[in-house]
Write a protein that binds this ligand. Structure first.
Ligand code: ATP
Ligand code: MG
Length: 586
């Protein structure tokens, strides 16, 4: 048994696909070859895996498809190299964080198929659990002359920071003695000062070409309630200071983040070097690596913008099936296996780019094709009357549950005198190449009989309200007579007397612009006005037994899911996950 803490992916090809396209694997394998992380032990002298990654969200919103990329990458590498991935909440920012988001994030990671528990323990961590250590290390940095309390105003500080072309200026407080800084820092902690009155800064180099090295802030005063530590603290560590320490405390080896943190890496290393010198951490230290974030066309992946869509009522909540949140994607009917497949296929690179939304759709089609049971649904119903069909005859027709899995058995549904067919499957005057129903033409009713169209009924406005046909009793699918008829078109149908009426929500992309939030655009001006349509459809009788969250392929239409929130036995509700790649029967 390996010590991997993640489930194997559903698709066996994914590892190979990832391996081919992932520079991080090359790094991990090189570290393994040189034995860089061999022989490490934790505080209890237990051996540590050679690969420890972490997924470190801030609990300030729901996770989105971009986070899925990070989850699959971090947990996936740990899985593939018999390592471990820690689930860590980066909750150093008291104001925006909430327990609701912690719970939602944990559920999303589990849903994606990953687990932070393994035989060595429960690797769920909170940065806020390290507040004492982070504070202690800050005191050490002050005593060692590596940090000082600055008392400039925010305006002075930003004026003295310089710019990309100009070096910054030293703060007049930079040469405070460690004793003086320590005294002020302790009083900051004791609550003697107001927000912004003082700040603790690393003492590095105000002339560094890297702005992040110009004496970055380490601790700020924030009189704010924290969702886990309550009012115990009124100073909070800055992300760039806390993150490397969190990694080192957890013995992380490969700390993987997105490209915008590349310029922060020198400070990441600086913090760990100083603290290793101080005896807080043993070498080798964690190393930060950056990869290009996932950008998907036709979606937004910023928690702030997603929140705006929810709060302004543009969508019906965080889990609206059009949202790029994992709760939304899940409710839309995407499987976690499809998301894993998508994340693996998109690869991991060091240069930013865009991934087309159609790749996400392709992944869910590929996953559901093999899994989803088939069913018939008529979405835009038009009555078809078989005039020569006996009035009360209920004749069972059969179809396979899944065409490639005969072992999954058969389904059956009745054919009767009155059926529902799709509006578009009849044309009074056929266009060129139209092989479906028109007066005088024969088609096959899929799994049923051959019928010949005899005409239609119209209302006062000339709208077709019913189509008439006659059937050939010896032509039933699966009987010897079936082959006696040659037709060019096949259409689907359900019995009007037996079909199940259901609400069907036809979802489409939320935005009509491929890059709704690029180039200073207002993403809310890019909404697709037709992203949701609610219709009443007729489904084959057996769909009465559909369970919430169960996925189906509605033949000719696409993949659908019984809505996990609203679907009930007496009130069926289905969401369209995605259309089929090709619609047949044209
Ligand atoms: P947002 O801007 O939406 O708030 P964030 O990056 O601030 O996202 P965090 O909670 O800090 O959100 O992110 C947790 C982890 O997920 C980080 O390691 C971050 O790099 C990663 N992540 C976030 N968005 C993406 C993305 N689009 N592609 C890949 N990784 C991402
Ligand atoms: Mg963030």
């Amino acid at each position: 048994m390996s010590s991997s803490n993640t489930k194997a992916p559903a698709n066996a090809n994914t590892n190979a696909e990832t391996a081919a396209s992932n520079f991080l694997r090359t790094i991990i394998e090189a570290d393994s070859a040189t034995g860089k992380y061999d022989g490490r032990t934790d505080a209890m002298a237990h051996p540590l895996p050679k690969v420890i990654t972490r997924f470190p969200p801030e609990p300030n919103g729901y996770l989105h498809i971009g986070h899925a990329k990070s989850i699959c990458l971090n947990f996936g590498l740990a899985r593939d190299y018999q390592g471990r991935c820690n689930m860590r909440f980066d909750d150093t920012n008291p104001e925006k964080e909430e327990q609701e988001y912690v719970d939602g994030i944990l559920e999303a990671v589990k849903w994606l198929g990953f687990d932070w528990k393994d035989e060595t323990g429960d690797h769920l961590y909170f940065a806020s659990d390290y507040f004492d250590k982070l504070y202690e290390m800050a005191e050490y940095l002050i005593k060692a002359g590596h940090a000082y309390v600055d008392s400039q105003s925010a305006e002075e500080m930003s004026a003295n920071r310089g710019s990309f072309s100009e070096p910054g200026k030293n703060s007049p407080y930079r040469d405070r003695t460690p004793e003086e800084s320590l005294d002020l820092f302790r009083r900051m902690r004791a609550g003697e000062f107001k927000d912004g009155e003082h700040i603790l800064r690393a003492k590095i180099d105000m002339a560094s070409p890297n702005m992040n090295m110009r004496d970055p802030a380490i601790y700020r005063i924030r009189h704010a309630h924290h969702h886990r530590t309550g009012d115990a603290w009124c100073i909070y560590p800055m992300y760039d200071y806390a993150h490397p320490i969190e990694d080192a405390i957890e013995n992380v080896t490969h700390s993987i983040c997105t490209l915008e943190f590349q310029d922060h890496r020198p400070f990441y290393d600086w913090v760990l070097e100083r603290l290793a010198e101080g005896g807080f951490f043993k070498r080798p230290l964690p190393h930060q690596y950056e990869f290009a974030r996932l950008n998907v066309t036709y979606v937004v992946t910023s928690k702030r913008k997603l929140r705006q869509l929810v709060e302004e009522g543009v969508v019906d909540g965080w889990d609206d099936p059009r949202m790029s949140t994992l709760v939304g994607i899940r409710r839309r009917g995407f499987t976690s296996e499809a998301i894993q497949l998508f994340c693996d296929r998109t690869g991991t690179t060091k240069s930013d780019g865009w991934t087309d939304y159609s790749m996400l759709e392709a992944a869910v089609r590929d996953d559901l094709d093999a899994k989803a049971r088939r069913a018939i649904a008529v979405l835009r119903p038009l009555k078809l009357i078989i005039d020569n069909f006996p009035e009360n005859l209920v004749d069972e027709c059969h179809a396979s549950v899944h065409p490639h899995h005969p072992e999954r058995g058969q389904r059956s549904f009745p054919i009767t005198k009155e059926l529902w067919i799709e509006e578009e499957d009849f044309m009074e005057t056929p266009s060129k190449g139209y092989f479906r129903l028109f007066p005088g033409n024969k088609v096959r009713l899929k799994y049923g009989y051959i019928v010949e169209c005899t005409g239609c009924d119209k209302d006062g406005n000339g709208k077709v309200v019913a189509v008439h046909c006659s059937y050939f009793p010896d032509s039933k699918s699966g009987t010897p007579g079936a082959d006696n008829y040659k037709v060019k078109g096949t259409i689907h149908w359900v019995s009007a007397t037996h079909a199940l009426e259901a609400e069907v929500r036809l979802y489409d992309r939320l935005f009509s612009d491929p890059m709704p939030d690029a180039g200073g655009k207002d993403f809310k001006q890019c909404l697709n006005p037709n992203s949701k349509e609610v219709i009443t459809a007729y489904l084959e009788q057996g769909m009465k037994g559909a369970l919430a969250d169960e996925k189906f392929q509605f033949e000719r239409h696409g993949y659908f899911v019984a809505d996990r929130v609203d679907h009930q036995p007496g009130r069926p509700v289905f969401n369209r996950v995605v259309t089929l790649k090709d619609s047949w029967g044209k």
